[in-house]
Ligand binder design. Structure first.
Ligand code: ASP
Length: 336
């Protein structure tokens, strides 16, 4: 099996500097060393270092597209693909890649590490060899993310710890597999409509707003004025907002009247947004807000950027939110 690695940056390849950790490790040399004598030695793993290598906190949709372009560039030369990535926004990237690569037809596995590869206790070795091993199993379909002994669906995963070696979780579905001898694999529903010939990712103006006790209508109005292209509202529980707060629901209603999609997610990391379950969510549902179902925040945000990049706006965009493109949410009829 031939595997291509796209190295985008992140702690995994960082070295100490007077300004703190920054990219600079010899990733290719380290990879050759780790794989020497294994079935992936002898030049079976190729690598591209993206330029510039970044801390993933600096990632934008342009970086998502740079990864996608590199994957397509090497599509015909390899059987599987690994993307080496910083952990901070890896779950945004893995969701973004999942929407854009529904026609890729070969596995793409993202991974990174909490500690750089040069440290005695690093998790880089286990994560990179785990990602490569996931490819060797030939069961990792679509875009996935390997971290801390688990393989997750790429658009169902979230960074749940800033320090633990098991730093990612998939609150709605659980993992696809966990390591061991042999690995254990679990069934996860991942169907989606796909997207033929997607246009490249471009930067978009999307506002993410948290509800907090005491937020006023005026503050919310200021946060979405001038109007962005879409609002992702992080509400409480199943999608509730403070509906008794004078004027607050009117602000949401007026944004929707301006043809700005208002997408409602939850502050719960494990959530099922059901607008209309309570009076406090019903008001915004009637105004035309759309819930994110059991999508992670990362999957919902990347999906909005994807749909905007495809030229969708307003109601047309909102209508795609409850439909699965790449297995990012459990369709409503599957839950009955
Ligand atoms: N700030 C780093 C990054 O996301 C964190 C990491 O890789 O663990 O690039």
């Amino acid at each position: 099996m031939r595997i291509h690695a796209t190295y985008s940056g992140g702690t995994i390849g960082m070295v100490d500097s007077p300004q703190g950790l920054q990219p600079g490790a010899d990733m290719q040399g380290w990879l050759n060393h780790v794989l020497a004598g294994t079935q992936l030695g002898e030049g079976n793993v190729s690598m591209t270092s993206l330029d510039p290598l970044i801390d993933s906190s600096n990632a934008t949709p342009d970086n998502w597209q740079a990864m996608i372009d590199d994957l397509w560039l090497h599509h015909d030369d390899s059987d599987a693909f690994v993307v080496l990535h910083g952990t901070d926004t890896m779950s945004y990237s893995s969701a973004a890649l999942s929407y854009a690569l529904t026609e890729f037809g070969k596995p793409v596995i993202l991974t990174g590490s909490q500690l750089p590869l040069g440290m005695v206790e690093t998790d880089a070795t286990a994560n990179v060899t785990g990602a490569l091993n996931a490819a060797l199993y030939e069961r990792a379909e679509g875009v996935t993310l390997f971290f801390g002994h688990h393989l997750f669906p790429g658009n169902r995963v979230t960074k749940s710890s800033s320090w633990a070696f098991e730093g990612f979780s998939s609150p709605a579905t659980g993992p696809l597999a966990r390591t061991g001898a042999p690995w254990r694999w679990y069934p996860v529903e991942r169907s989606g409509a796909g997207w033929a010939n997607p246009l490249p990712y471009t930067r978009q103006d999307v506002v993410v707003v948290d509800m907090v006790p005491g937020i006023t209508a005026q503050r919310l109005e200021h946060l979405i004025t001038p109007r962005p292209q879409a609002v992702l509202l992080r509400a409480y529980g199943v999608g509730n907002v403070p509906s008794d707060e004078p004027g607050l629901v009117d602000v949401i209603r007026s944004a929707i009247a301006d043809d700005i999609p208002v997408i409602v997610s939850s502050q719960c990391s494990q959530a099922e947004v059901l607008l209309g379950h309570y009076e406090t969510g019903d008001a915004i549902a009637k105004a035309g807000a759309v819930g994110t179902g059991d999508m992670t925040l990362e999957a919902a945000y990347a999906k909005i950027i994807f749909l905007l990049s495809q030229g969708l706006r307003g109601k047309e965009l909102a209508a795609w939110m409850p439909k699965s493109i790449a297995g990012e949410l459990t369709p409503a009829w599957k839950k009955l």
